[in-house]
Design a binder for this molecule. Structure first.
Ligand code: AMP
Length: 285
């Protein structure tokens, strides 16, 4: 059976109703499209763990800041649908903004938002992207309510997003199991991202030092170095000076508290701009 493309919320709801009657389990893979092998790994995982797979493709306006790349974000629905077909996804749900949010003004003066706690939003990516995680949590809860999946697969590449969504599901008693999936990289180590298409050859070369810096942290940690300050300095020495570093932080993966001494469960996370393109990457030690 080939993948069915649905644009309307009601069509998804009706499809899900039929699946439920037949006793199927459902996994959701939320994406913004421009699908690549990172997304493919999530879809493969979803296929493994459930009978039916829905891939949502929606560039969500309310998670972009006014000076971010909402308008120029790559939109490649035809190719996305083809990949979903090859991977055996059952439905691609690709609504437009009006279908998702109706005629309302996309601001908290009119729209109900999910606001994750300040402590986990006002750090790392949230610090430079005010409102971003409110937009993410809001659209993900909407997608959960539309698709009612048993499982939802998310990439560890967006570690803070994953942490925030795990908290949302727990705090709001959402009946969905969040499945974390490992980061997929290019052969040379660059974390795959839809935004990599923006990079010039030079910008890509500089961007590669992000994963190199993380590898250096891993290498030194395996040699017994646990001081976050020492690891920070060693990683900075590896990062290209051409990058505009936004943060390099060490946090406990389970609590997201900052750590001075790293250990087995520490997340080392980097955000940096290469040219105009903002990139993120991380490792869990
Ligand atoms: P996006 O389309 O960028 O919103 O990403 C959709 C999902 O794919 C998110 O859960 C991301 O964490 C995940 N993802 C993006 N890039 C990768 C990657 N390189 N490896 C694994 N998962 C990824």
């Amino acid at each position: 059976m080939s993948t069915v493309l649905l644009n309307k919320i009601n069509d998804v709801k009706n499809t899900v109703k039929e699946w439920r009657k037949e006793g199927h389990t459902i996994a959701l893979v939320p994406t913004m499209g421009a699908l690549h092998s990172g997304h493919a790994s999530l879809i493969k995982k979803a296929k493994e763990i459930s009978d039916k797979v829905v891939v949502s493709v929606f560039v969500n306006p309310i998670q972009f800041g006014p000076n971010e790349d909402y308008d120029k974000y790559p939109r490649t629905l035809e190719a996305d649908k083809k990949l979903c077909d090859e991977l055996g996804a059952d439905v691609v749900f690709a609504p437009n903004a009006k279908e998702m949010y109706g005629e309302k003004k996309l601001s908290d003066t009119e729209l109900t938002f999910v606001c994750p706690p300040y402590n986990i939003v006002d750090c790392l990516c949230g610090k430079s992207r005010p409102g971003h995680f409110d937009g993410v949590a809001t659209v993900v809860l909407k997608l959960f309510n539309i698709v009612t999946p048993n499982y939802a697969c998310f990439g560890l590449k967006d570690a803070q997003q994953l942490f925030i969504l795990k908290n949302m599901v727990n705090d709001l008693n959402v009946n969905v199991e969040i499945i974390p999936c490992p980061i997929v990289r290019e052969q040379d180590g660059l974390a795959i991202s839809s935004r990599n298409t923006y990079l010039s050859a030079d910008e890509r070369k500089n961007a590669l030092t992000i994963s190199k810096a993380l590898k250096e942290i891993q290498r030194l940690y395996e040699q017994g170095i646990t001081s976050a300050d020492v690891l920070f300095d060693s990683a900075i020495a590896v990062l290209s000076k051409e990058l505009d570093l936004e943060y390099l932080e060490f946090r406990d993966y389970d609590t997201f508290e900052k750590v001075n001494k790293v250990s087995k469960n520490t997340l080392a996370a980097i955000a940096a701009k290469s040219g105009k393109t903002r990139l993120i990457d991380n490792i869990i030690l």
